[in-house]
Structures are given as C-alpha cells and as structure tokens.
Design a protein around this ligand. Structure first.
Ligand SMILES: O=C(O)CCC(=O)C(=O)O
Ligand SMILES: [Fe+2]
Length: 304
C-alpha cells in the first residue's frame, strides 16, 4: 500500500544541486516544504518562542500600541474577528531592518534581553529566506538578481487560544500568503496547520521540532508566471492547547513592478498577468477581503 503523501522535507545539509532541485519540485508541486538542518540553532527558536509567549502576556493597552504601519502588520485582538475569536497576533514590519526591530520593541517596551533574541532571530530567519529564495530562482533558470533585500517584510507572531470548546473549529481560515515566501516556525507540539494539495485534499502539517515550513505565496506565483504554486492553508483547532507560531513573510518589492522575467515567458507560456505593484495588490486583496490568490485574477485580467 502506498504511504500517505506528506509535505516534502528538504535537508539543507544535502548537496547544493540536490537541494535546489528538490526545492523547485516541492514549490511547483506543493507550494511548500519543510527545511531541516538549517543553520538556525534550536535554542534560538525556543528562546524566540518564549519571548513571543511573554509578549502576548502583556496588558492589552500595551499590545494595542503595536499599530499597523503596513496593511495587516500590527496587533489584532482575538475579538477583532467576527468569525474568529481564537486568533491573536502582533507583527513587526520591516523585520530585516534595525529600524523595524527598534520600532516594534519600543511599542511593546521589550526588555534588552527580549530585544536581543528578537533581533538575532529575525536576522537569522531573514538570511535563511534570502538564501532559499535566491537558490530557488537560480535553479529555475533565472539569470538576473532579485533584490529581495529591499522588499517589504513582516514577522508576525501568533497565538491561538485553543480550548476544549474550540476543538473542531477554525483558528485561521483558508488563505494563501500574499507575498513571495514565508518562513514559518509552527508550534513544535500543537498541530492544526493543514494545507490543500493541488487536488484539493487537505494534508496535515504535523509538528516537526527544529524545522521550518516554507510557503510560496501569490507573488511567487505571479513572478514565476504560474510555475511556483501559492499553497492554500488554514489552521484548525485539533486539541485544547495554546498554539504559538511565528511567520516571517518576504512580501514584495517596495518600488517597481512584479513581472515575470523573460526566462519564464515563451510562446507556450504567454504572460499570465500584467505587471503590478505589490502595494496595489495587497490593498486590493485587503479592500475586497479576499484571502487567496484569486485576487490576482480580479486585479489583472489575463492577456488576450
Ligand atoms: O499559524 C500558523 O501555523 C500559520 C499562520 C499563517 O498561515 C499565516 O499567518 O499566514
Ligand atoms: Fe499563511
């Protein structure tokens, strides 16, 4: 009997050529993959989780100081969603810059120790994202250089208030990530995350301590002219235990257009979308309350 198909797991200590090949396959087929044996120490991951847990324990009036500086970048109280009282989040816009870290830590009165952990963590995760994104682009045959470094980014911290009463309900509704790539540290004990595979079947992403999940989002799909898959996923409450996750989003360019490069366009693969800016894209997605890549179709009619 064939085993259950699971999310691909990529060992970053494998041969570089093999890593690139597996990443492209996983990104085209699944739109996500696990990475293990990355260089981020598990101690830093668990220290960061402790810091995140303590930030959520802050009084509400302090948490509310984490305001939006970019769409969806700030604090969301559990009560702010009609259909979702289990989810609470805060976020750090421009996670890769010292300014982003400084602003976030000042808003929340973070201690020097908390700041040090946050700073180390976001730098390390951002570097991992840069390595993976460049390797993916290069292996796909892209000859240019994407300046991911200057893109919008957000590190979002999430707490799911799961209780016996909430088992069976949804913690985060089905969506695609709007950006290029997300590096997710999901809770190492409490599951609930699930993706839809290309056939629409739901596949659980079981906890895997020490690993990250890498998701490709709408911008990856548009930039690659449809080659990279923007995976749909959600979080369901499967057990009565608090779940904490940390998602680092490499979103899209601050200036200029998202446009498939010549390497991905030919007579068999005509351009799927007209060039657009990430800011327009995210504003349209937000204003129409659309949670998945369908907004690409609404915003940009296919070429005739
Ligand atoms: O909490 C999780 O594991 C996933 C969160 C997520 O998908 C998101 O923030 O986009
Ligand atoms: Fe997501």
């Amino acid at each position: 009997m064939e085993g259950r198909r699971g999310i691909p797991i990529i060992d970053l200590e494998d041969f570089p050529v093999q890593i690139g090949k597996l990443m492209v396959e996983a990104s085209e087929e699944w739109g996500c993959f696990r990475v293990i044996n990355h260089k981020i120490p598990s101690t830093l991951m668990s220290e960061m989780k402790k810091v995140v847990t303590s930030l959520f324990d802050l009084p509400m009036d302090i948490k509310r100081r984490n305001t939006d500086v970019f769409p969806n970048s700030g604090y969301r109280a559990p009560s702010s969603y009609v259909d979702n009282s289990l989810y609470e989040s805060m976020g750090m816009y421009d996670m890769a810059s010292s300014q982003g870290v400084t602003t976030f830590c000042a808003q929340l009165d973070a201690s020097p120790h908390q700041r040090e952990i946050i700073d180390k963590y976001v730098k390390a995760v951002h570097e991992l994202a840069m390595d993976l994104a460049h390797k993916l682009a290069q292996t796909m045959g892209f000859k240019g250089c994407i300046e991911f470094q200057g893109w919008h980014s957000i590190c979002r911290l999430m707490k799911y208030h799961f209780s016996p009463e909430s088992v069976g309900s949804i913690g985060a509704p089905l969506h695609t990530d709007s950006g290029f790539m997300t590096i997710l540290q999901d809770d190492e004990y409490v599951g609930g995350l699930e993706i839809l595979d290309k056939s629409g079947e739901s596949v659980p992403v079981d906890p895997l301590p020490g690993a990250f999940l890498v998701n490709l989002g709408d911008i990856a799909m548009a930039w690659s002219n449809g080659r990279l898959y923007n995976v749909k996923h959600r979080v369901a409450c499967k057990q009565a235990a608090t779940r904490v996750s940390i998602a680092s989003f490499i979103l899209g360019p601050k200036d200029g257009f998202v446009k498939a490069p010549a390497e991905f366009v030919d007579s068999q693969h005509p351009p799927l979308y007209s060039p657009f800016t990430y800011d327009d894209y995210v504003n349209t997605r937000q204003s129409k309350s659309i949670r998945d890549g369908e907004v690409l179709l609404q915003l940009l009619p296919s070429h005739s």
